[in-house]
Design a protein around this ligand. Structure first.
Ligand code: GRF
Length: 214
């Protein structure tokens, strides 16, 4: 699969979003520190009028929107998304609450250097409703997973995971909020590491040259 080399300067990334953008905000805040090693070259979305785009605009970051409804089919949208992302020259693409699957054409160009964050401990509870599915299943621990995107639904090689307890009186919202507050820390830490140190993907394993201190 692909490889992202270490970058002596800030590594350009593109972040794709669909919602409130609290994960994006955490990356924006982190990238304000030059030592973090990441520059957000652009933020893209699949819909207008979302808080995530407003967060990027308030920070002077270039944005773009590509709605599937504006294309003849999903494959045309996928190709246009890849073109638009490529225009910003990212070393790494970060899906942060992006509610669309990357298609074959996108993966052909950005496979191995696109990561996604998912609000469950993969391989449990893939898909759009992970906190609700975890709650319905009665698990006592869930969490978030950062992974390298492949053609499946939340199936790619795992970069990092963080565990979060499920409390007895949780509803979907309270559980998802608890997951998100840990998810943001994981995302910031690992996007920084991947950007600064580079990484390769070998089968199911994501290898970053810096040794994990744990
Ligand atoms: C995150 O929990 C992400 O894993 C999921 O949607 C949520 C996005 O939250 N896919 P936000 O838009 O970053 O606030």
């Amino acid at each position: 699969m692909g490889a992202v080399p270490p970058d002596p300067d800030a590594t350009p990334i593109v972040v794709l979003v669909s919602g409130s953008g609290t994960n994006l905000q955490a990356l924006i805040d982190a990238a304000d520190d030059p030592a973090y090693g990441v520059r957000i070259a652009a933020v893209g979305a699949d819909r207008h009028d979302i808080e995530a785009l407003a967060r990027a605009e308030r920070h002077g970051i270039e944005t773009f929107v590509l709605r599937t409804a504006d294309f003849a089919d999903r494959s045309a949208w996928d190709a246009a998304l890849a073109d638009e992302v490529a225009r910003h020259g990212p070393a790494l693409v970060v899906l942060a609450g992006f509610m669309k699957l990357a298609g074959a054409q996108f993966l052909e160009r950005f496979g191995g250097r696109t990561v996604n964050t998912h609000p469950a401990l993969s391989p449990a509870f893939p898909g759009m409703h992970a906190p609700a599915d975890a709650l319905a299943h009665g698990v006592k621990v869930t969490g978030a997973t950062l992974f390298v995107v492949d053609a499946g639904v939340d199936t790619g090689p795992i970069v990092a995971q963080v565990a979060v307890p499920v409390l007895p009186d949780d509803d979907v919202e309270s559980l998802h909020e608890r997951i998100k507050s840990s998810e943001r820390g994981m995302l910031v830490e690992w996007v920084g590491r991947l950007a600064r140190d580079g990484f390769t993907v070998d089968g199911r394993h994501v290898i970053s040259p810096r040794k994990d201190p744990a």
